[in-house]
Design a protein around this ligand. Sequence first.
Ligand code: ZN
Length: 272
Amino acid sequence: MKNLTRLGVHTITTKPWDIDVAARNYAEKGVAAISVWREALEGRNIKSTGQMLRDTGLTITSYVRGGFFPAESAKDRQVAINHNLKMIDEAAELGAPLMVLVCGAVPRQPLNVSRTQIRDGIAAILPHAAACGLKLGIEPLHPMYADNRSAINTLKQANDMVEELASPHLGVVCDVYHLWWDPDLKRETIRCGNNGNLLAFHVCDWKTPTEDLLLDRGLMGEGCIDIKQIREWIESTGYNGFIEVEIFSKKYWAMDQTDFIDKIISAYLQHV
Ligand code: ZN
């Protein structure tokens, strides 16, 4: 019997599917959990969509993705904070326990300025997240995205920020695609795991060559990431949460998504 009780899939992974089609197919194939991207909720009643997901037997793991705090003007930073506050309400309506933060960056300002703005932005929204019973997860992004997607590029930076803000409603999200290259990864995964700050674990693979910096993620086993090793570090700390497949790929979005789910399941069983 295939053990898929910890397998989660992000709606963006099967982007061509509407969320109800995705949910039905995930559940039929035995996937246990779903992470919901905001785009997947467009034009839908959020509360009833959350109920629909639970009715199929799926666990909702997270709402993706808030963040993008840095901006050159105080006015624009406030716009970002307001947008995040709205997303926290949406996550609560959906019934997600976690909102993932892609923290943001502005190419025209120094990274350390963006980092300070990220910290201040998170501090500004934390009370509302806490009031809604929601956790926020800082997901460090690969440094190739440091110009405009995130100034938080290592797990150490995320861990430092989480410990500085010291809230039970804030933690980190580890995505192997962003972190696999980091020589400090073992130490930092163990650090967040032991502190109870590891909130989610995302998997896919890094292809050689990567043909598109955003939309050419590989299926697990297709690239150079030692996912089993990273999983072992994480689980040595007692982490037993879901393992979520998050793949942005023009190639896989172009194929039959039912066949793609089959590929995901066999890659998960073999390479994770
Ligand atoms: Zn991720």
